[in-house]
Every structure is written in structure tokens, then in C-alpha cells.
Design a protein around this ligand. Structure first.
Ligand SMILES: NC(=O)c1ccc[n+]([C@@H]2O[C@H](COP(=O)([O-])OP(=O)(O)OC[C@H]3O[C@@H](n4cnc5c(N)ncnc54)[C@H](OP(=O)(O)O)[C@@H]3O)[C@@H](O)[C@H]2O)c1
Length: 293
């Protein structure tokens, strides 16, 4: 079985690529220079000539500030390109899996959001990703769209989890936002969910994230330091300054505050995801192992 993987060099894409190879898939993962997704007119040729059984799209313009600075590129990469992939899959019959985000949600109220919660993105990134969901669905109703959140667990592409640990181990001052919540999700669990979902007759939007209670970045930082201390990598627990979203002036794009998703629908398909807390434990231990601690 052959998979055409876009974005195979990214934080999630690298892990998906390795998991697919380990599961026996032949993987064609064109690099950015090999296949620029902004050239959307060339995309259908790429999909058609690959003769892939499955096309998985982990490519995106995922930086919120980058999207705000260049809305046209955000729209092309996050909506037009996935829609072209979906349309090509409609012709080849390939299974299409596209990744989206919890940032399509407005996030005004606390609590877990399910797949029917109304979308109302608050920034260009979220708008472009929501447009991508709609365009992919229109081009290929059989497509599977997985919303993921706060992806971590790839030591080669540090997320806030790995950066927090690196800063703590280097005794640098620590600060984290304490009033914005989501579900940290291990890229390995996303990859595993994709591989399990590929043969299933499931389409539409599905939340593919950790379970349990929503965590703030400050909660996440506190937990990963605790796990690192328990593993003997930190002699004591360093203090983490509590920051408020409204005073985070280093963010130029607005951030939604309460976007934690429920993975109940995914679980009802027999696909288990760990709790956010166990995700942080395993991601912490993996990072420590990757740096020999
Ligand atoms: N990271 C998160 O916390 C998070 C949270 C929610 C949702 N998501 C979603 O999950 C998916 C994966 O995110 P990620 O963080 O793993 O992504 P990422 O690390 O930012 O990687 C993005 C990928 O897209 C590729 N790419 C960008 N522009 C391209 C272009 N013009 N042509 C071809 N390839 C291009 C990049 O290649 P180069 O590096 O070579 O440019 C890279 O492989 C995205 O759909 C994102 O919206 C991520």
C-alpha cells in the first residue's frame, strides 16, 4: 500500500512518515522544494502520478503570526491546496486524510468542544483552516478531516513541552500562560490514529486529541517539570511565572482561549487516546531519552 504524504518534514508529518513506514506502507513524501504546494495547479498531477492508495496532508502554514502577516499564502496553503488534493483523490479513488485544528473554534466558553460545536475562528490561521475543512468536504465528501491540538512529542521539532524542558534543564527563567486551555496531543498518537482510521469507512470531521481535562500552558509546564523531576532529571522544581493571555504582547495574532476538544467520537470508533496528563508524561520521558538524560 502506498501513501502520498504532504508536509512530511513537519512536526506531525515526520512522525506520521515514520509510523507509516514502520507499519509497512510505501511512503512518498515530497519535500517543499520538490513540490511547492503554493503551485496548486501542479498538485493534481502529483496526486494522479503517485498512484497512492492514501493521501495524507500534514502540510500547512501553521504559524499564527505568519498567517496574519500573509493571509493570501495562508489561504492558498491551508484551504486551496488541500481542496486540490481532495479533488484529485476524488478522481483517483485514494483515501484522503487532512489535518485541521482546534483553532477553528471561537473558544469563548470553558468546556470540551465536540465536532458539532459552531466554528468561529478568531484569527487568519483559524479562518484559513476552517475554509480548508469546508473546501475539502465539498471537493470530496468521503475525506477524513482530523482536528488536532497542541501537537508535541517530536524531539526533532520542539513544541512548548520540549522547550519548557530545555529551558528548565538549562536553568533559564520559566513563564507560561495560565488562562488559555487546550489538549496537548502526542504526534505519535495522531499518527497511530491516522493509520487505524485509513481502512475504516469514516468521513467528515473528527477530533483526534488527548482526553481528560483541558490544560493551560502553565498546567502543562507544571506537569512536565514534575515528571522530569520524578525521572531524576531535575534536582528541584523550578518556579514558573504565571502569565495572562491579554498581557502576552509577543503574540500579534489573537488566540482563542478555550478550544479543548472532546475525543469521544474517535473513542466510539475504538480508537483510544491517552489523557493529556499521560501524554505529557510520555512526551517528557521521550524528550529526556532523546537528549540522554
Ligand atoms: N503544531 C500544532 O500544535 C498544531 C495544532 C493544531 C493543528 N495543527 C495542524 O496540524 C498539521 C501539522 O502541523 P505541524 O505543526 O506538524 O506543521 P509544521 O511543523 O509547521 O510543518 C508544516 C509542513 O508543511 C510544509 N510546507 C509549508 N509550506 C509549504 C509549501 N509551500 N509547499 C510544500 N510544503 C510546505 C513544511 O515544509 P517545510 O518545513 O520544508 O517548509 C512542513 O513539512 C497542520 O494542518 C496544522 O494546522 C498543528
Amino acid at each position: 500500500m502506498k501513501m502520498l504524504l504532504f508536509g512530511g518534514s513537519g512536526r506531525t508529518g515526520q512522525v506520521v512518515r515514520n509510523a507509516a513506514l514502520a507499519a509497512g506502507w510505501e511512503v512518498e513524501a515530497p519535500t517543499h522544494s520538490d513540490c511547492d504546494l503554493l503551485q496548486t495547479n501542479l498538485l493534481s498531477d502529483r496526486v494522479l502520478s503517485s498512484k497512492a492508495d492514501a493521501v495524507v496532508n500534514c502540510a500547512a502554514l501553521s504559524g499564527l503570526e505568519a498567517c496574519g502577516d500573509d493571509p493570501l499564502t495562508a489561504h492558498l496553503l491551508n484551504a486551496v491546496a488541500p481542496s486540490a488534493m481532495a479533488l484529485a483523490c476524488r478522481h483517483t479513488g485514494a483515501r484522503f486524510v487532512h489535518l485541521s485544528t482546534d483553532y477553528v473554534l471561537e473558544g469563548m466558553r470553558p468546556g470540551l468542544k465536540n465536532e458539532t460545536t459552531r466554528c468561529k475562528p478568531v484569527n487568519v490561521y483559524g479562518e484559513s483552516k476552517r475554509e480548508g475543512e469546508l473546501q475539502v468536504t465539498e471537493a470530496l465528501p468521503d475525506a477524513l478531516i482530523l482536528r488536532v491540538s497542541w501537537v508535541c512529542g517530536n524531539p526533532a521539532k520542539a513544541s512548548f513541552v520540549e522547550s519548557t524542558l530545555a529551558n528548565a534543564l538549562a536553568a533559564r527563567p520559566l513563564a507560561a500562560i495560565a488562562d488559555k486551555y487546550s489538549m496537548p496531543t502526542d504526534a505519535a498518537d495522531i499518527a497511530s490514529a491516522i493509520l487505524k482510521l485509513l481502512p475504516l469507512p469514516v468521513n467528515g470531521i473528527l477530533h483526534a486529541c488527548s482526553g481528560g481535562n483541558p490544560l493551560s500552558w502553565h498546567d502543562c509546564a507544571t506537569l512536565v517539570l514534575q515528571f522530569a523531576a520524578e525521572a531524576g532529571a531535575l534536582p528541584q522544581l523550578p518556579a514558573i511565572e504565571r502569565q495572562q493571555l491579554k498581557s502576552a504582547t509577543f503574540f500579534r495574532a489573537e488566540r482563542p482561549r478555550h478550544t479543548a476538544m472532546s475525543n469521544e467520537k474517535l473513542r466510539s470508533l475504538g480508537i483510544a487516546m491517552p489523557t493529556a496528563e499521560s501524554t505529557l508524561r510520555s512526551v517528557t520521558l521521550r524528550y529526556l531519552q532523546s537528549i540522554g538524560r
